[in-house]
Design a protein around this ligand. Sequence first.
Ligand code: MTE
Ligand code: MO
Length: 201
Amino acid sequence: MATRGFVGRRRPTPPGRLPPGQYDVGHDFPVLTAEATPVVRPETWTLTVDGLVANEHTWTWDDLHRVPQSEYRGDIHCVTTWSKFDTTFGGVSLDVLFDAVEPLPTATHVFVTSTTGYTTNLPLDELRGGKAWVVWTFDGKPLPREHGGPVRLLVPRLYFWKSAKWVTKLTLRDHDQQGFWERNGYHDLGDPWLEQRYQGD
Ligand SMILES: Nc1nc2c(c(=O)[nH]1)N[C@H]1C(S)=C(S)[C@@H](COP(=O)(O)O)O[C@H]1N2
Ligand SMILES: [Mo]
């Protein structure tokens, strides 16, 4: 690798690229997991979108590979202050899934659940319009288990704790219900550009 001799020398960050209080983590991809890392088998894994929708639906791994795929190329920001530039994740835009289930007009928030019981909450608008994906590749390779493989949520415009690893359910609601970190003092929205780290920020 051409840059090996230069590890430790930080590239200057273009102005405006880092949200306030963040630093460029470089080539590292830290792993942050509150629970034990599960073994999730693609053959038995499913993704359900339910709650305030016209057509509740459950996708298998094979089903998800049959709908139009898309990629995210860009940065991610963890509330513990690292940001990672130029990531590439591949999967399916949540727009495709929402088009299938048809959210009811009363739906305003989404409660996300992982196979492990990890949860997080988001406004529905933050997941629509090309802003969120379920992904199973990172840099063109299968998403590693410790990073949420086989499938994780990706919501790169918000702090990375909203991007639930081993995601299995999205429930649309007419109110916000706090997830795991939010109940423990983290912000309900978590916009890195507004530095919404904790409740009250
Ligand atoms: N299921 C689950 N998803 C999770 C977490 C977790 O602990 N469990 N941590 C969150 C946090 S705080 C961050 S920063 C990212 C970390 O993802 P990574 O380990 O792939 O870097 O996952 C988010 N999704
Ligand atoms: Mo995080």
